[in-house]
Design a protein around this ligand. Structure first.
Ligand code: 15L
Length: 265
């Protein structure tokens, strides 16, 4: 047990549900928040139904918290207003709440869609300029900039996780490169919570796959060593998706299907 109280936002989402039981091992109390139903409160849990756009509610959500894992928000490409409310206003509310309540470390779920307009034949690193592939990616880019400011100005440490595709298994050829197992997700989040120094770091959330688009060398101080790989799924994925259309933007760019969505007005 390293923490008295940890906060997990977005606890009802796909990754929140995975991390909920896993993070309990690292804290006395796990505070869980979401706008959606979180089910029954288990021993060692505190459940809070909170809209990230509600500044006062988010402020009290971070009271008495040692560190936060911020997964909350819209997780897909879509119209601007909901993304703005949850991901842009919501991220601001969260960092202001961290500042006011003295929370010193945040693990922020960013996304590979911050750099989704790089090509699948390029290997990039967190040092490369952002190339968001839509409004969702732009909102995550905002979160990365915001957290950098809160580190430079107020000393609040953040690890920005540019999560690839964290599902039970890779679903298509793209995910052979972008896949991160749930066990590696846990390893990454725990590394970021427990590393002696995080500062402001950006790391791609990906397993040790054979096909590599992202170079995490600059984040080695976090101590994240992925143990899983998409390789055992390759034969099955390639059989299901036998050919790749090299002229299709979905197969040209790292962001996949996200790159050709919208406009929404
Ligand atoms: C994301 O950011 C989404 O939240 C997730 O549902 C996946 O689509 C993932 O990216 C991906 O790029 O595969």
């Amino acid at each position: 047990l390293r923490f008295g109280r940890l906060l997990l936002t977005g606890a009802a989402g796909g990754l929140g549900r995975e991390l909920r039981p896993r993070l309990k091992a690292y804290c006395k109390t796990l505070r869980l928040s979401d706008r959606a139903d979180l089910g029954a409160q288990q021993t060692g849990e505190e459940i809070r139904l909170v809209e990230l756009g509600d500044r006062a509610a988010v402020r009290s959500l971070l009271e008495g918290v040692d560190a936060a894992v911020h997964l909350g928000g819209v997780s897909l490409e879509g119209p601007f207003d909901p993304i703005c409310e949850a991901n842009i206003v919501g991220a601001y509310n969260l960092y202001e709440a961290a500042r006011v309540n003295g929370v010193k470390r945040i693990v922020f779920a960013s996304s590979n869609h911050v750099t989704g307009f790089y090509r699948q034949d390029e290997v990039i690193s967190p040092a490369d300029p952002m190339r968001p592939d839509g409004l969702y990616g732009i909102s995550k880019a905002f979160g990365e900039s915001l957290s950098r400011f809160y580190f430079d100005r107020y000393g609040i440490e953040t690890a920005c996780l540019r999560i690839g595709s964290s599902f039970t298994a890779p679903k298509d050829r793209r995910m052979l490169a972008t896949w991160m197992s749930y066990d590696d997700l846990e390893r990454l989040v725990v590394s970021c919570l427990t590393a002696p120094v995080v500062g402001h770091s950006v790391v791609y959330g990906v397993s040790a796959n054979r096909t590599v688009w992202w170079d995490n060398t600059s984040a080695r101080h976090l101590g994240y060593v992925p143990q899983d790989s998409s390789e055992p799924f390759r034969a099955e994925v390639e059989a299901r998706q036998p050919s790749v259309d090299v002229n299709d933007p979905v197969q040209i760019y790292q962001g996949g299907a996200f790159v050709r969505q919208g406009p929404f007005e």
